[in-house]
Design a protein around this ligand. Structure first.
Ligand SMILES: NC(=O)c1ccc[n+]([C@@H]2O[C@H](COP(=O)([O-])OP(=O)(O)OC[C@H]3O[C@@H](n4cnc5c(N)ncnc54)[C@H](OP(=O)(O)O)[C@@H]3O)[C@@H](O)[C@H]2O)c1
Length: 318
């Protein structure tokens, strides 16, 4: 049994707590909030034994081994730094940090202190990732030439998405999944990248198109928006067919298609709690093996995506 502490009693922390409550090899031992009343209510709702009215109190609990950091992007850096300095292993929500500079600093500190740091980029840890790689490796769709994906939810009413000082914008919230999708299935280096973006009145990126040419000649087309609802599919087109992910982040099935939308194979994804359990287990396994990063989400990969996001945000004037 590994004891997890959750920092930030917000929206995604609820999903993490639900997941941990259903796992038999990990448990949420403590919740840390800036408010004791909020921590108490959260702990009561999810049956969490310890409720702390500050993040520092949670970090001082010697029985918390892994800290799941679920606060707005602008607080990922200071909270993760404090957690590392307290000797805790950390699973940090996406996007990992605001910039590649912050990310490099955190990863260096974690290495120095000998603790694991991982990004909670959950599609990287799911079984569907290997299932899709197996389809691609089988050659059934031929040689991939195009990847297209979109991810759009109307989350424009959320403070942390809307406000620049909280690290708002569609890229850090949603676009990061698209870049991850590209990196997981078409990992050839980005040779050229072009982008167009619509800014929200607050100055954050609301809706964006990203086109990338990869070194192996694959053309990638990505669209993200925090201001509308999209179909949120991903498609990898090869020389003899295409592979469809019915949901970019958490697919229910993979569809292998040939010409004229003929579905050749439909591959269901195994039953899951919420899909978050895989990232928690990956952290536990890595920690038990004495690793400082998870094999599913290596630090070099976190940095690669952070650099791409710096480049895009720089072009948009963010
Ligand atoms: N993996 C996924 O599917 C997924 C989905 C949504 C979000 N996320 C990620 O999870 C993180 C949190 O997102 P969320 O939607 O859970 O956010 P949220 O509900 O708006 O906020 C999370 C918590 O952060 C804490 N916080 C600390 N300082 C804050 C401040 N100045 N303003 C507001 N909140 C502050 C608050 O907890 P206390 O008041 O208890 O201290 C708040 O409840 C983000 O990095 C986001 O990208 C991941």
């Amino acid at each position: 049994m590994m004891n997890v502490g959750i920092i930030g009693a917000g929206h995604i922390a609820e999903k993490a707590a639900t997941t941990l409550a259903a796992m038999d090899d990990m448990q949420c031992l403590a919740i840390g909030s800036r408010s004791q009343a909020k921590a108490d209510a959260f702990a009561g709702h999810f049956g969490i034994p310890r409720a702390y009215g500050s993040y520092a109190q949670l970090l001082a609990d010697p029985e918390v081994e892994l800290v799941y950091i679920a606060v707005p992007h602008s607080f990922h850096f200071p909270v993760t730094r404090d957690a590392i300095l307290a000797g805790k292993h950390c699973l940090v929500e996406k996007s990992f940090m605001l910039s590649a500079t912050e990310a490099a600093g955190i990863l260096a500190l974690a290495r120095e202190k000998g603790v694991l740091v991982a990004e909670a980029m959950w599609p990287r840890y799911m079984p569907v990732r290997q299932m899709a790689l197996d389809v691609l490796g089988s050659g059934v769709i031929g040689e991939p030439k195009m990847l297209s994906a979109s991810l759009a939810y109307n989350v424009s009413g959320k403070e942390r998405v809307l406000r620049p000082e909280l690290g708002g914008g569609a890229l850090l919230d949603l676009g990061v999944y698209l870049l991850t999708f590209m990196r997981m299935y078409c990992p050839s280096p980005v040779q050229k990248i072009n982008t167009t973006c619509v800014l929200a009145p607050s100055g954050v990126d609301a809706t964006e198109q990203i086109t990338a040419l990869l070194a192996d000649g694959t053309l990638v087309s990505l669209q993200a928006s925090g201001w509308c609802q999209g179909d949120n599919q991903g498609v990898i087109a090869g020389t003899t067919g295409y592979l469809v992910f019915d949901d970019l982040i958490n697919p229910t099935c993979l569809r292998v298609c040939r010409k004229r939308h003929i579905v050749e194979r439909e591959i269901p994804v195994p039953p899951q709690i919420t899909g978050f359990e895989y990232q928690f287990r990956a952290c536990r396994d890595a920690i038990r093996s004495g690793l400082l990063e998870t094999p599913q989400m290596p630090h070099a990969e976190i940095l690669y995506v952070q650099h791409l996001m710096d480049r895009l945000r720089g072009e948009w004037g963010e």
